[in-house]
Ligand binder design. Structure first.
Ligand SMILES: C[S@@+](CC[C@H](N)C(=O)[O-])C[C@H]1O[C@@H](n2cnc3c(N)ncnc32)[C@H](O)[C@@H]1O
Length: 421
């Protein structure tokens, strides 16, 4: 049995530390999967790619990669992490952004800011904006966002700066009036002194340039990667085109990526091409979401099998809480569709590695790994190997979810399926 616990390993090498992301997969786990189940030049797919760990490892290891995620911010982060960017262009554009932004911030702090600067410093409207962002911080963020958006640069460089911008907000030491945003509920926490947004941005850009340089040095020649907004239940890929799937899907309930991301997305609406309202509405569509309408009546979904683990868990849950049973059923039927798509695009005899975590809902054990193995069979995905690993809770789970998951959240399953016989 391979040792798949990577607690003492550095998980932030190359571009893996470019931006925080909840429930990130350790890169060493993706590396293990890619090393043993694909070859150089193969195409690897991660249909729920999050911040792009699989894609980064694929490029480092000389595999082509395709990634999809339903979350536009995830797509932006993953693209930048797996693409890298030419440092000379970053340096040149950054000098320009920094100069103009510094000039505007000084002007904004003067007794009578010029009208043009005041327009550039106009922050977007969103609920409770002034609660989460001090006005000085909001002005500086708006100015930065303006210059990132309006100065001439390539798309790759613009996206690099947008990720640097987002990382000012979604981080342990956010410039917002909140701490450790990505890993917890947004608890209000007022800074003693308004943070220096431009200074922090400068530090982020410097660090990211070093990380990208390390990534580019390590990249294998010729490996291409593509990251797109998409739904794992309806992949825009042709049949039998993928050599390996490596993915860690969302947990069965309660992970709410839009809630974790909205303070950054509020500033990036134009860049991401989505309004905050639409972004939050779409949250109900994420696999494992606790939002969205549930059917009024609870009825067991026949596609999940009448006598299998899924139906027995859902029936038990229904006795304790019909709404939790409906949510769990929605999760399993979403995962069933995602498995169907994985099977469709995977080449015959090739592998799909799915990293999942069992949970407890209302003290009822939900063995997600067993359910996925049963559902996989219905799509001609046979379990070849199953390993367990211990997850570092601090890294993998949002603390506020521990209540819903209960104590056993520390074991994760690495399921290795093969398509066909
Ligand atoms: C556990 S995270 C993946 C983390 C990733 N392995 C990493 O290291 O960053 C699960 C991802 O599934 C995405 N997701 C949820 N529903 C989806 C769907 N229907 N289609 C594609 N992605 C989805 C979430 O946005 C989230 O980024």
């Amino acid at each position: 049995m391979p040792d798949l616990n990577f607690d003492s390993h550095n998980t932030l090498y190359a571009t893996h530390g470019l931006h925080a992301y909840a429930a990130k997969c350790p890169p060493q786990l993706a590396r293990y999967g890619l090393r043993y189940y694909s070859r150089s030049g193969d195409t690897v797919l991660d249909p729920m790619a999050g911040s792009g760990t699989t894609l980064v490892e694929a490029r480092l290891m000389g595999r082509h990669s395709r990634g999809y995620d339903i979350d536009p911010l995830a797509c932006l982060i993953a693209r930048v992490k797996a693409r890298g960017v030419r440092d000379a262009e970053v340096e040149e554009v950054y000098a320009d952004i920094a100069r103009h932004a510094a000039r505007d911030v000084v002007a904004m702090n003067s007794p009578r800011p010029p009208a043009a600067v005041a327009r550039r410093a106009a922050p977007p409207e969103f609920t409770n904006r002034d609660y989460w962002f001090d006005s000085e911080v909001a002005d500086a963020l708006a100015i930065l966002a303006y210059h990132i958006r309006h100065r001439a640069m390539s798309r790759a460089v613009r996206e690099f700066f947008l990720v640097a911008f987002s990382s000012l907000i979604l981080s342990k030491t956010s410039v917002a009036n909140a701490r450790d945003i990505i890993h917890s509920r947004h608890h209000y926490w007022r800074h003693e002194r308004s943070p220096d947004v431009l200074g922090k941005f400068d530090a982020r850009v410097r660090l990211m340039r070093r990380q990208v340089a390390e990534f580019r040095d390590g990249c294998a020649a010729g490996a291409r990667s593509e990251m797109r907004l998409g739904d794992a239940r309806r992949l825009r890929l042709r049949e039998e085109t993928i050599d390996l799937v490596f993915t860690s899907p969302p947990y069965a309930t309660a992970l709410d990526y839009p809630r974790a991301h909205f303070l950054a997305v509020a500033w990036l609406q134009a860049a991401l091409g989505v309004s905050l309202e639409d972004y939050l509405t779409k949250a109900a569509d994420y696999i494992g979401s606790v939002r969205g309408r549930l059917p009024t009546e609870f009825q067991l979904d026949p596609r999940l099998g009448r006598n299998g683990t899924a139906s027995s868990v859902i029936t038990r849950l229904a006795a304790a809480s019909p709404s939790q049973a409906k949510r769990a059923q929605r999760y399993f039927s979403d995962m069933d569709q995602a498995l169907g798509e994985i099977a469709r695009v995977l080449k015959h005899r090739r592998h799909a590695i799915i990293v999942v975590c069992p949970s407890h809902i209302r003290k009822i054990a939900v063995p997600t790994q067993e359910v996925l193995v049963e559902l996989g069979r219905g799509h001609d995905l046979r379990l070849k190997k199953s390993y367990t690993r211990t997850i570092n809770e601090r890294r993998r789970i949002l603390p506020y979810l521990q209540e819903s998951f209960g104590k056993r959240m520390d074991t994760e399953y690495v399921l290795i399926f093969q398509k066909g016989r």
